[in-house]
Design a protein around this ligand. Structure first.
Ligand code: SF4
Length: 403
């Protein structure tokens, strides 16, 4: 979704998008889902999707490479609240690791009311809401469908649901003291003459500001053959809106991702690192010739019962042509030392592909992932034998690990 602060340009804005929310709960007629949410004004950008912990690592890497980042948010690549758990978890991690950064989300507003409280509790202070029409007859020309539970609602039925959800969501956020910025894409002959009405509707909800974006057709979308919004249309729209709300100047074609902030090459190096972590973190990671072993954090040898931070020793298993056996015990590095402890553990387990634990903090998962070790968190008291066999890709218990 779109998110832009007043007068900021992509390099001066100090803002970074974390791409953790893939899905969307509506279908805008100007959207080409081969790329990120069109409401972000980022033509042709397709993000590398990250998990919340990978997103934190990505943020850490960008902060190390570039000064001046002041705001971090989730703006897609779909809708931030269509997968609210991932968005909120990501921004909670950011709040813990970097409390000085402003946190924001951008959303179409369909799920805003139900998540408003959780948004505030996650320490998010600013919400961008894409509002392209408030008259359902006009909104039906902008949105193809709106998801309602397991059904898609088309035409004015869906549009009515969305406009009502946006009204309730904005009101809920304002009641909780959140800053709300509305974002409107001006589409010639659809909503350009409707902008004053939209601005008045937003002002009545005490929205803090409005940003107007010029429509640019995405070829693969239903509105792909429409002409773009001209400068004259945008000037008229701004004139119509400014009597009602403070207008925000947007940075056209915002690229508030790492590539936009750091330049293509540097950002690619960071993304390659994150991709390697993603591969190591994958639930499909399997032991290989370079890392043939599996480690388990267990206090009794029978069940996976240990939080990684409390593990004193690790059991190491090997697979000899389908016969899985206990190879040895290894003493875990002592408590304390912050990230150095996890780097030492990564070194201790540099011949293991998978570490099975009952629970683990985000920092050790990230550090171990960076060193190619996949941390597999399983339910507490999972049978060690079953977990180890599954990690070697063995489905039955014929090869029960021998002690
Ligand atoms: S909100 Fe609209 S533009 Fe954004 S991802 Fe969803 S369908 Fe595409």
């Amino acid at each position: 979704m779109h998110s832009t602060a007043p007068m900021d340009s992509e390099l001066a804005c100090g803002r970074l998008h974390l791409p953790v929310a893939a899905r969307c709960n509506i279908q805008c007629k100007y959207c080409d889902r081969n790329y990120d949410c069109a409401n972000q004004s980022r033509p042709g950008v397709a993000s590398q999707l990250l998990t919340p912990s990978q997103a934190l690592a990505y943020l850490d890497a960008v902060l190390a490479a570039k000064d001046g980042i002041t705001a971090v948010g989730v703006a897609g690549p779909g809708d931030a609240l269509a997968e609210a758990d991932k968005t909120l978890e990501t921004l909670r991690l950011v709040a813990r690791a970097h409390p000085h950064l402003t946190r924001f989300i951008s959303t179409n507003g369909l799920a805003l009311a139900e998540h408003a409280q959780a948004i505030r509790e996650a320490g998010i202070s600013r919400v961008y809401v894409a509002v392209n029409a408030v008259d359902p007859a006009i909104a039906a020309q902008v949105y193809y469908f709106v998801r309602a539970g397991k059904r898609n609602l088309f035409g004015q039925e869906g549009a009515t649901l969305l406009v009502d959800a946006q009204r309730r969501g904005i009101a809920a956020c304002k009641a909780l003291g959140l800053e709300v910025i509305a974002v409107c894409t001006v589409i010639p002959d659809i909503n350009d003459a409707h902008v004053a009405h939209i601005a008045a509707w937003l002002a009545a909800l005490e929205v803090d500001g409005l940003e107007l974006n010029a429509f640019h057709p995405a070829q693969a979308s239903p509105l792909g053959t429409r002409p773009p919004a001209t400068k004259a249309i945008m000037l008229a729209a701004r004139e119509a809106a400014k009597a009602h709300l403070p207008l925000m100047e947007c940075c056209t074609h915002c690229r508030a991702d790492a590539k936009g902030l750091l330049g293509e090459e540097q950002a690619e190096a960071i993304l390659n690192k994150i991709r390697a972590m993603a591969a190591a973190d994958s639930p499909w990671a399997m032991p290989d010739p370079q890392r043939p072993l599996v480690a388990v954090a267990t206090s009794n040898g029978e069940t996976v019962d240990t939080h990684l931070g409390h593990a004193r020793q690790l059991l190491i298993y090997q697979n000899d042509h389908g016969l899985v056996t206990l190879k040895e015990h290894r003493q875990a590095p002592p408590k304390g030392g912050g990230e150095e402890r996890w780097k030492a553990l990564a070194h201790l387990l540099n011949d293991c592909k998978i570490l099975i634990v009952a629970s683990a903090g985000d920092t050790p998962q990230r550090v171990l992932g960076e060193h190619g070790l996949s941390v597999r968190v399983v339910p507490e008291d999972t049978d060690v034998a079953a977990a180890v066999l599954a990690s070697f890709g063995i489905k039955n218990k014929k090869g029960k690990p021998s002690k």
